[in-house]
Design a protein around this ligand. Sequence first.
Ligand SMILES: Nc1ncnc2c1ncn2[C@@H]1O[C@H](COP(=O)(O)OP(=O)(O)OP(=O)(O)O)[C@@H](O)[C@H]1O
Ligand SMILES: [Mg+2]
Length: 258
Amino acid sequence: MTARIVALANQKGGVGKTTTAINLAASLALMEKMVLLVDFDPQGHSTTGLGFPKPDHRAGSYALMKGAPAEALTLSTEVPMLQVIPAGKDLAQLEFELFEMPQLQVLKQGLASAREKFDYILIDPPPSLGMITLNALSAADEVIVPMPCEFFALDGLAELTETLRRVQSGPNPGLQLGGILLTMAEERTNLGAAVAAEVRQAFPGKVFNTMIPRNIRLAEAPSHGKPVAFYDLKSKGAQAYLNLAKEWLGLEYAGEVR
Ligand SMILES: Nc1ncnc2c1ncn2[C@@H]1O[C@H](COP(=O)(O)OP(=O)(O)OP(=O)(O)O)[C@@H](O)[C@H]1O
Ligand SMILES: [Mg+2]
Protein backbone atom coordinates (compact mmCIF):
# COMPACT_ATOMS: atom_id res chain seq x y z
CA MET A 1 0.00 0.00 0.00
CA THR A 2 1.38 3.40 -0.93
CA ALA A 3 -1.07 6.22 -0.47
CA ARG A 4 -1.72 8.68 -3.25
CA ILE A 5 -1.33 12.12 -1.69
CA VAL A 6 -3.79 14.79 -2.81
CA ALA A 7 -3.72 18.48 -1.85
CA LEU A 8 -6.86 20.60 -2.13
CA ALA A 9 -5.40 23.94 -3.08
CA ASN A 10 -6.62 27.42 -3.91
CA GLN A 11 -5.14 30.52 -2.31
CA LYS A 12 -8.56 32.14 -2.36
CA GLY A 13 -10.53 31.77 0.83
CA GLY A 14 -13.93 30.16 1.11
CA VAL A 15 -13.89 28.29 -2.19
CA GLY A 16 -14.74 24.85 -0.79
CA LYS A 17 -11.31 23.36 0.02
CA THR A 18 -12.31 22.12 3.46
CA THR A 19 -15.80 21.03 2.40
CA THR A 20 -14.19 19.03 -0.40
CA ALA A 21 -11.45 17.63 1.84
CA ILE A 22 -13.94 16.33 4.40
CA ASN A 23 -16.53 15.05 1.98
CA LEU A 24 -14.25 13.59 -0.69
CA ALA A 25 -12.31 11.87 2.11
CA ALA A 26 -15.52 10.47 3.64
CA SER A 27 -16.84 9.40 0.23
CA LEU A 28 -13.62 7.53 -0.57
CA ALA A 29 -13.77 5.87 2.85
CA LEU A 30 -17.36 4.81 2.14
CA MET A 31 -15.98 3.17 -1.00
CA GLU A 32 -13.73 1.07 1.19
CA LYS A 33 -10.53 3.05 0.77
CA MET A 34 -8.34 3.72 3.80
CA VAL A 35 -8.15 7.50 3.98
CA LEU A 36 -6.16 9.95 6.08
CA LEU A 37 -7.20 13.61 6.09
CA VAL A 38 -4.44 15.97 7.18
CA ASP A 39 -5.83 19.27 8.44
CA PHE A 40 -3.05 21.63 7.43
CA ASP A 41 -4.80 24.93 8.14
CA PRO A 42 -4.45 26.90 11.40
CA GLN A 43 -8.20 27.55 11.14
CA GLY A 44 -8.70 23.85 11.94
CA HIS A 45 -11.95 23.58 10.00
CA SER A 46 -11.41 20.01 8.85
CA THR A 47 -10.81 19.13 12.50
CA THR A 48 -13.93 20.76 13.90
CA GLY A 49 -15.96 19.71 10.85
CA LEU A 50 -15.26 16.10 11.80
CA GLY A 51 -16.34 16.73 15.38
CA PHE A 52 -12.96 17.15 17.11
CA PRO A 53 -11.78 20.07 19.19
CA LYS A 54 -8.75 21.91 17.87
CA PRO A 55 -5.70 20.16 19.33
CA ASP A 56 -3.67 21.34 22.26
CA HIS A 57 -0.64 23.48 21.78
CA ARG A 58 1.99 21.85 19.57
CA ALA A 59 -0.08 18.77 18.82
CA GLY A 60 -1.69 17.63 15.56
CA SER A 61 -0.08 18.61 12.27
CA TYR A 62 2.20 21.08 14.03
CA ALA A 63 3.73 18.12 15.88
CA LEU A 64 3.88 16.16 12.63
CA MET A 65 5.98 18.97 11.14
CA LYS A 66 8.26 18.77 14.17
CA GLY A 67 8.99 15.08 13.64
CA ALA A 68 6.31 13.36 15.74
CA PRO A 69 5.24 10.06 14.13
CA ALA A 70 1.99 10.36 12.15
CA GLU A 71 0.59 7.20 13.79
CA ALA A 72 0.67 8.92 17.17
CA LEU A 73 -1.34 11.87 15.87
CA THR A 74 -4.18 10.27 13.90
CA LEU A 75 -7.71 10.27 15.30
CA SER A 76 -10.41 7.79 14.29
CA THR A 77 -13.59 9.38 12.98
CA GLU A 78 -17.18 8.20 12.85
CA VAL A 79 -16.41 6.95 9.32
CA PRO A 80 -14.74 3.58 9.86
CA MET A 81 -12.01 3.93 7.23
CA LEU A 82 -11.35 7.65 7.71
CA GLN A 83 -8.73 9.04 10.08
CA VAL A 84 -7.65 12.63 10.61
CA ILE A 85 -4.61 14.50 11.85
CA PRO A 86 -6.08 17.64 13.44
CA ALA A 87 -4.77 21.20 13.33
CA GLY A 88 -5.06 24.30 15.46
CA LYS A 89 -3.82 27.83 15.47
CA ASP A 90 -0.24 27.00 16.49
CA LEU A 91 0.21 25.85 12.90
CA ALA A 92 0.33 29.55 12.01
CA GLN A 93 3.56 29.74 13.99
CA LEU A 94 4.99 27.23 11.56
CA GLU A 95 4.50 29.63 8.66
CA PHE A 96 7.06 31.92 10.33
CA GLU A 97 9.40 29.11 11.29
CA LEU A 98 9.41 27.79 7.73
CA PHE A 99 9.82 31.28 6.37
CA GLU A 100 12.91 31.87 8.47
CA MET A 101 14.39 28.53 7.50
CA PRO A 102 12.74 27.52 4.24
CA GLN A 103 12.17 23.79 4.01
CA LEU A 104 9.72 22.34 1.55
CA GLN A 105 9.99 18.62 2.21
CA VAL A 106 9.06 18.51 5.89
CA LEU A 107 5.47 17.36 5.37
CA LYS A 108 6.52 14.81 2.76
CA GLN A 109 8.99 13.30 5.21
CA GLY A 110 6.42 13.42 8.01
CA LEU A 111 3.95 11.43 5.94
CA ALA A 112 6.44 8.83 4.70
CA SER A 113 5.44 6.14 7.19
CA ALA A 114 1.69 6.92 7.05
CA ARG A 115 1.88 6.44 3.30
CA GLU A 116 2.25 2.72 3.77
CA LYS A 117 -0.97 2.45 5.81
CA PHE A 118 -3.49 4.34 3.69
CA ASP A 119 -4.83 4.30 0.14
CA TYR A 120 -5.29 8.06 0.03
CA ILE A 121 -3.99 11.00 2.04
CA LEU A 122 -5.86 14.27 1.53
CA ILE A 123 -4.33 17.56 2.68
CA ASP A 124 -6.43 20.64 3.49
CA PRO A 125 -4.15 23.72 3.34
CA PRO A 126 -4.93 27.33 4.26
CA PRO A 127 -5.98 30.03 1.77
CA SER A 128 -2.50 31.26 0.90
CA LEU A 129 0.50 30.33 -1.20
CA GLY A 130 2.86 30.50 1.77
CA MET A 131 5.25 27.93 3.16
CA ILE A 132 2.49 25.73 4.59
CA THR A 133 0.77 25.39 1.21
CA LEU A 134 4.14 24.92 -0.52
CA ASN A 135 4.87 22.04 1.86
CA ALA A 136 1.52 20.50 0.93
CA LEU A 137 2.22 20.89 -2.79
CA SER A 138 5.70 19.46 -2.35
CA ALA A 139 4.29 16.38 -0.60
CA ALA A 140 1.43 15.78 -3.05
CA ASP A 141 1.16 13.52 -6.08
CA GLU A 142 -1.83 15.47 -7.24
CA VAL A 143 -3.61 18.74 -6.64
CA ILE A 144 -7.36 19.27 -6.89
CA VAL A 145 -8.43 22.91 -7.22
CA PRO A 146 -11.91 23.74 -5.88
CA MET A 147 -13.36 26.77 -7.63
CA PRO A 148 -16.74 28.35 -7.01
CA CYS A 149 -18.99 28.99 -10.01
CA GLU A 150 -18.77 32.74 -9.63
CA PHE A 151 -18.07 35.61 -11.93
CA PHE A 152 -14.49 36.06 -10.69
CA ALA A 153 -13.76 32.34 -10.59
CA LEU A 154 -10.78 32.47 -12.92
CA ASP A 155 -9.21 35.40 -11.06
CA GLY A 156 -6.08 34.34 -9.26
CA LEU A 157 -5.90 31.07 -11.13
CA ALA A 158 -2.87 32.25 -13.11
CA GLU A 159 -1.05 32.77 -9.81
CA LEU A 160 -1.96 29.28 -8.69
CA THR A 161 -0.92 27.61 -11.96
CA GLU A 162 2.36 29.55 -11.88
CA THR A 163 2.95 28.25 -8.34
CA LEU A 164 2.20 24.70 -9.50
CA ARG A 165 4.69 25.12 -12.35
CA ARG A 166 7.37 26.33 -9.94
CA VAL A 167 6.79 23.41 -7.61
CA GLN A 168 6.98 21.06 -10.61
CA SER A 169 10.26 22.54 -11.79
CA GLY A 170 11.67 22.57 -8.26
CA PRO A 171 10.79 20.45 -5.24
CA ASN A 172 8.16 18.15 -6.79
CA PRO A 173 8.56 17.32 -10.49
CA GLY A 174 5.88 14.61 -10.26
CA LEU A 175 3.06 16.91 -9.13
CA GLN A 176 -0.03 16.59 -11.33
CA LEU A 177 -3.12 18.73 -11.70
CA GLY A 178 -5.74 16.14 -10.83
CA GLY A 179 -8.54 18.45 -11.77
CA ILE A 180 -10.50 21.62 -11.19
CA LEU A 181 -13.68 21.12 -9.22
CA LEU A 182 -16.56 23.52 -9.75
CA THR A 183 -18.17 24.18 -6.38
CA MET A 184 -21.18 26.11 -5.07
CA ALA A 185 -22.87 25.77 -8.45
CA GLU A 186 -26.25 27.45 -8.68
CA GLU A 187 -28.19 25.03 -10.80
CA ARG A 188 -30.83 27.42 -11.95
CA THR A 189 -28.78 30.44 -12.99
CA ASN A 190 -27.32 31.26 -16.38
CA LEU A 191 -24.28 32.78 -14.67
CA GLY A 192 -23.31 29.46 -13.10
CA ALA A 193 -23.55 27.70 -16.46
CA ALA A 194 -21.58 30.49 -18.17
CA VAL A 195 -18.79 30.34 -15.60
CA ALA A 196 -18.63 26.55 -15.83
CA ALA A 197 -18.35 26.78 -19.63
CA GLU A 198 -15.62 29.41 -19.34
CA VAL A 199 -13.57 27.35 -16.90
CA ARG A 200 -13.95 24.22 -19.07
CA GLN A 201 -12.76 26.22 -22.08
CA ALA A 202 -9.75 27.59 -20.20
CA PHE A 203 -8.75 24.13 -18.88
CA PRO A 204 -9.89 21.58 -21.47
CA GLY A 205 -10.07 18.07 -20.07
CA LYS A 206 -9.02 19.25 -16.61
CA VAL A 207 -12.41 20.08 -15.07
CA PHE A 208 -14.35 17.33 -13.33
CA ASN A 209 -17.71 16.51 -14.94
CA THR A 210 -19.14 16.38 -11.44
CA MET A 211 -20.09 19.82 -10.12
CA ILE A 212 -20.84 20.44 -6.46
CA PRO A 213 -24.13 22.32 -6.11
CA ARG A 214 -24.72 25.01 -3.54
CA ASN A 215 -26.49 22.95 -0.91
CA ILE A 216 -27.41 24.00 2.61
CA ARG A 217 -26.73 20.51 4.00
CA LEU A 218 -23.05 20.92 3.06
CA ALA A 219 -22.89 24.10 5.12
CA GLU A 220 -24.81 22.58 8.05
CA ALA A 221 -22.96 19.27 8.36
CA PRO A 222 -19.73 20.69 9.93
CA SER A 223 -21.66 22.18 12.84
CA HIS A 224 -22.81 18.63 13.59
CA GLY A 225 -19.22 17.39 13.32
CA LYS A 226 -20.07 15.08 10.44
CA PRO A 227 -19.34 14.60 6.76
CA VAL A 228 -22.53 15.35 4.85
CA ALA A 229 -23.05 11.68 3.95
CA PHE A 230 -23.49 10.99 7.69
CA TYR A 231 -25.72 13.99 8.19
CA ASP A 232 -28.03 13.68 5.19
CA LEU A 233 -27.02 10.97 2.74
CA LYS A 234 -29.88 11.75 0.38
CA SER A 235 -28.99 15.44 0.05
CA LYS A 236 -27.71 16.76 -3.26
CA GLY A 237 -24.45 17.74 -1.60
CA ALA A 238 -23.79 14.23 -0.28
CA GLN A 239 -24.65 12.66 -3.61
CA ALA A 240 -22.42 15.13 -5.49
CA TYR A 241 -19.37 14.26 -3.38
CA LEU A 242 -20.05 10.53 -3.78
CA ASN A 243 -20.24 11.10 -7.54
CA LEU A 244 -17.00 13.06 -7.43
CA ALA A 245 -15.27 10.20 -5.61
CA LYS A 246 -16.56 7.75 -8.21
CA GLU A 247 -15.47 9.96 -11.09
CA TRP A 248 -12.06 10.47 -9.53
CA LEU A 249 -11.54 6.79 -8.82
CA GLY A 250 -12.63 6.03 -12.39
CA LEU A 251 -13.18 2.41 -13.14
CA GLU A 252 -11.25 1.41 -10.07
CA TYR A 253 -14.44 1.39 -8.01
CA ALA A 254 -17.35 -0.81 -9.02
CA GLY A 255 -19.07 -1.43 -5.67
CA GLU A 256 -22.13 0.03 -4.00
CA VAL A 257 -22.00 2.67 -1.29
CA ARG A 258 -23.76 1.41 1.78
N1 LIG B 1 -21.40 23.50 -2.07
C1 LIG B 1 -21.66 24.27 -1.01
N2 LIG B 1 -22.92 24.65 -0.71
C2 LIG B 1 -23.16 25.44 0.35
N3 LIG B 1 -22.24 25.90 1.20
C3 LIG B 1 -20.96 25.55 0.95
C4 LIG B 1 -20.60 24.71 -0.14
N4 LIG B 1 -19.25 24.53 -0.13
C5 LIG B 1 -18.81 25.22 0.94
N5 LIG B 1 -19.81 25.83 1.60
C6 LIG B 1 -19.70 26.71 2.77
O1 LIG B 1 -18.94 27.84 2.37
C7 LIG B 1 -18.00 28.20 3.38
C8 LIG B 1 -16.58 28.07 2.83
O2 LIG B 1 -16.33 26.71 2.48
P1 LIG B 1 -14.99 25.98 2.91
O3 LIG B 1 -14.70 26.18 4.35
O4 LIG B 1 -15.07 24.58 2.42
O5 LIG B 1 -13.95 26.79 2.02
P2 LIG B 1 -12.36 26.84 2.17
O6 LIG B 1 -11.83 27.07 0.79
O7 LIG B 1 -11.85 25.68 2.91
O8 LIG B 1 -12.18 28.15 3.07
P3 LIG B 1 -10.78 28.67 3.71
O9 LIG B 1 -10.03 29.23 2.55
O10 LIG B 1 -11.19 29.70 4.72
O11 LIG B 1 -10.10 27.50 4.31
C9 LIG B 1 -18.27 27.27 4.55
O12 LIG B 1 -19.15 27.90 5.43
C10 LIG B 1 -18.93 26.06 3.90
O13 LIG B 1 -19.80 25.39 4.78
MG1 LIG C 1 -10.63 25.61 4.62
